[in-house]
Design a protein around this ligand. Structure first.
Ligand code: SAH
Length: 234
């Protein structure tokens, strides 16, 4: 184990590298540590989720004009009227999926910027992610590639149908809110599998669904505010 002083030096040099790589203090490891501290204060406690959020460069998932705000706990525009999810929500949803133990295959609806995809990919075996807007999917693919995240399969399609060829899934996570949970989607969960999805219109709730041997258990987690789940592709 490293001595305390040695560990500090290692951290400092890592920070210097990051700052000089981006040219901005606002995108450094130190800024991410502050974000993680706030997540912890907001009740996120799973160490593996916090560790992955601390090391994932969220500023690379937003337009450069917003990079200096990437570690604020807020959603930010990513174009096409869509937003990158708020860090608290990413942590909360990831935590709910992983709460009962490690997961192998996870389906994500709404790749968007690819940030949530990157977080999940570092915590599960494989992520299958669907996005209905091709241009967003292309950008997400580039970002994941440049971060050398390889255990991800992306597909341009309407997530309401799920991805039947790869089913069943241990976990399903949706980043856009349908009025009702699509039936095709929920049937792609394996028994024991968990789905985290925002549901509603003007008022929305985050819902956790657990597939039992017979039927489903449904828990309302908290009020949320997601972009709408839309059908068809663009
Ligand atoms: N977790 C993403 C959230 C992006 S916003 C991030 O942090 O960047 C939600 C995304 O869901 C948008 O990109 C939107 O285009 C997509 N979306 C909405 N309805 C969809 C559907 N039916 N199928 C696939 N993607 C959908």
């Amino acid at each position: 184990m490293l001595g305390e002083a040695e560990e500090q030096t290692k951290q400092d040099s890592r920070m210097v590298t990051e700052v000089s790589q981006t040219g901005r203090g606002m995108t450094s490891l130190r800024t991410r540590r502050r974000m993680v501290k706030r997540l912890r204060e907001a009740g996120i406690s799973q160490p593996e989720v916090l560790a992955v959020m601390e090391k994932t460069p969220r500023h690379l998932f937003v337009d450069e004009a917003f990079a200096h705000r990437a570690y604020e706990d807020t959603a930010l525009p990513i174009g096409f009227n869509q937003t990158i999810s708020q860090p608290y929500i990413v942590a909360r949803m990831t935590g709910l999926l992983l709460q009962a133990g490690p997961l192998s295959d996870v389906l994500e609806i709404g790749t968007g910027s690819g940030y949530q995809t990157a977080i999940l990919a570092q915590l599960v075996k494989h992520v299958y992610s669907l996005e209905r807007i091709k241009a967003l999917q292309d950008r997400a693919r580039q970002r994941l590639h440049s971060l050398r995240i390889r255990n991800v399969s992306l597909r341009h399609s309407d997530g309401g149908l799920g991805w039947a060829e790869q089913a069943p899934y241990d976990g399903i996570l949706a980043a856009a809110a349908p009025a009702e949970i699509p039936e095709d989607l929920i049937l792609q969960l394996r028994p024991g599998g968990r789905m985290v999805i925002p549901v509603g219109g003007a008022s929305q709730q985050l819902v956790l669904v657990i597939r039992k041997e017979r039927g489903f258990e449904r828990q309302v987690v908290e009020d949320v505010n997601f972009v709408p789940f839309q059908s068809g592709i663009a």
